[in-house]
Design a protein around this ligand. Sequence first.
Ligand code: FE2
Length: 254
Amino acid sequence: MKHYRMSVLEERGYVVLGRDGTVIDPGEWQRLEYVDWKSSGDTRFAPLASAYGGIDCNAFWHCDPPKPDKDGVWIDAQVAVAPTISALAREAGANVGRVRIIELQPNSYADALYNSHLDDNNRLNPAGEGWVVRGFRNLTDDADSCMVLREDVRDPATETRIALPAGARIIVDSQRMWHSVWHAGPEPRYCLITSYESGPELEKWIFENDPTTDVEGAPLDGAFARASEAEAQERRDRRTAFYGYDPTNVLSEA
Ligand SMILES: [Fe+2]
């Protein structure tokens, strides 16, 4: 038996929702407790829901007892600091796993391509249950930054860049789509990331929120794109040679 997958993600592996206009006090993400957790660049994470309610970002299958990235337990102390953001993650009415806020320092397009990876969302997820996907809701207003998605990490023709103003919302099958963020800066970017179980509730919520895949960002200067591509792929090749394998082919636990 296969996992339940939502038809809305079938064609492109992602869908962009209408911008969310909820006003959030920046203190909600600024006052949270963060833990250092390396993922796709210079990052920290503030968990809102974890495997068993502790302030940690560990993958659920490393916890005791291990479980899939579902049935996350809300962390009372963090929810008390960020009630509006927590409500956004609950709004879909879907089962959530890890819920956290990522803080990402500024980087370059080449860095983003170098950092691009696939997520390990469905380890221990029983067949027949909903395929776990990720929701991203940008908190800071980073209209000049973008999420970089690729079907094939080596093929720029498969790339989609999605701008990240405050309230930008993207649902991604991040175990299928290579992804990372090119963050222009100069301040850190903050974004809510929610692991959602695919199901009728999530699908209904997506359809109620103006889903589209017609979002291609501004074209890049050709010479810049080629130079960044060459730099990123050369760095990826050096990393692969160093490890003896491409570590981004091993699904990311972050
Ligand atoms: Fe990821």
